[in-house]
Design a binder for this molecule. Structure first.
Ligand code: OAD
Length: 250
């Protein structure tokens, strides 16, 4: 695919590049997105499954859903989109991934700096005493997992609707947006705040804003470059383009 000149030039000069990702980057690994035609939120109610109220009302239902997602995510593999971002970290002096995903696929692909805005499906903790539990431990418990130390309720370490993002992660994400020379927004519908404010923040601070998505989103009119298509096809082409430029071939 053709990488527009403006992007090629910006990548040649860039000292910091940030990739902001959403469920779409994991779609090609087989992880369902939330808002596509067959997305999770078309079939399930987020307020029942991904909110503290929902959890307190019916913890068994919420745990059943997370246990299923944990099993699915344990089996999937990073796709060429994740792998391309892992390659990109070695092509620029500074590179960060800021993700809304909880699936750990960036880390499994080899990305070293990953700011997880919405937590991680790999972690769980006791709401009463904070004790941490592995997936293996919680999946071995029957019914709603209870803390073996204090008897409190154990929950997945993910951010639910209505909950604040972890302070330190948010600060790191804002920094990665404000100091980026090129900011990629990949596979996100860009509608969930505050995460969705990062691309605009980056652009206002001077970054070239690049969107990668098969469909347009509310962010598209603000993007300097819209690369329409699947992340697994486009991001490897971006990497190839940077490598070619580096070798001075073109
Ligand atoms: P969405 O499901 O809202 O959006 C996924 C986006 O990925 C859509 O814009 C798709 O067009 C795009 N997409 C699909 N396949 C793609 C592919 N192969 N390559 C690139 N893009 C593709 O998911 P998010 O934007 O991540 O929050 O949703 C944001 C948050 O809403 C999630 O983190 C989650 C959810 O509720 C919480 O649970 C707190």
């Amino acid at each position: 695919m053709d990488i527009p000149d403006v992007l090629r030039h910006a990548l040649r000069e860039a000292s910091m590049v940030t990739a902001f990702t959403g469920a779409g980057i994991s779609a090609e690994s087989g992880v369902p997105t939330f808002r596509s035609a067959d997305g999770l939120w078309k079939k399930m109610r987020p307020e029942e499954l991904a909110s503290m109220d929902g959890f307190l009302r019916n913890p068994a239902l919420v745990w059943e859903w997370y246990a299923e997602r944990k099993r699915i995510i344990a089996e999937v593999r990073p796709n060429p989109g994740h792998l391309a971002l892992a390659q990109m970290q070695d092509l620029f002096p500074r590179f960060a991934v800021v993700t809304q995903n909880i699936d750990n696929l960036h880390q499994r692909a080899g990305s070293r700096v990953v700011h997880e805005l919405h937590g991680s499906i790999e972690r769980n903790y006791c709401m009463a005493c904070g004790h941490n539990y592995s997936n293996e431990a919680v999946l071995a418990m029957t019914g709603v997992p209870a803390c073996t130390a204090c008897g409190g309720r154990v929950r997945p370490d993910v951010v639910w609707f209505g909950e604040a993002l972890p302070d330190d992660t948010w600060e790191a994400a804002v920094h990665a947006a404000q100091y980026a020379d090129v900011f990629f927004s990949i596979g996100t519908s860009a509608v969930v705040y505050p995460a969705a404010s990062l691309p605009i923040m980056a652009r206002r601070a001077g970054a070239l804003l690049v969107e990668v998505n098969p469909e347009s989103t509310p962010l598209t009119p603000d993007a300097d470059v819209f690369l329409q298509g699947a992340a697994g096809a486009i991001m490897p082409a971006v990497v190839e383009c940077v490598q070619r430029e580096r070798k001075g071939k073109r």
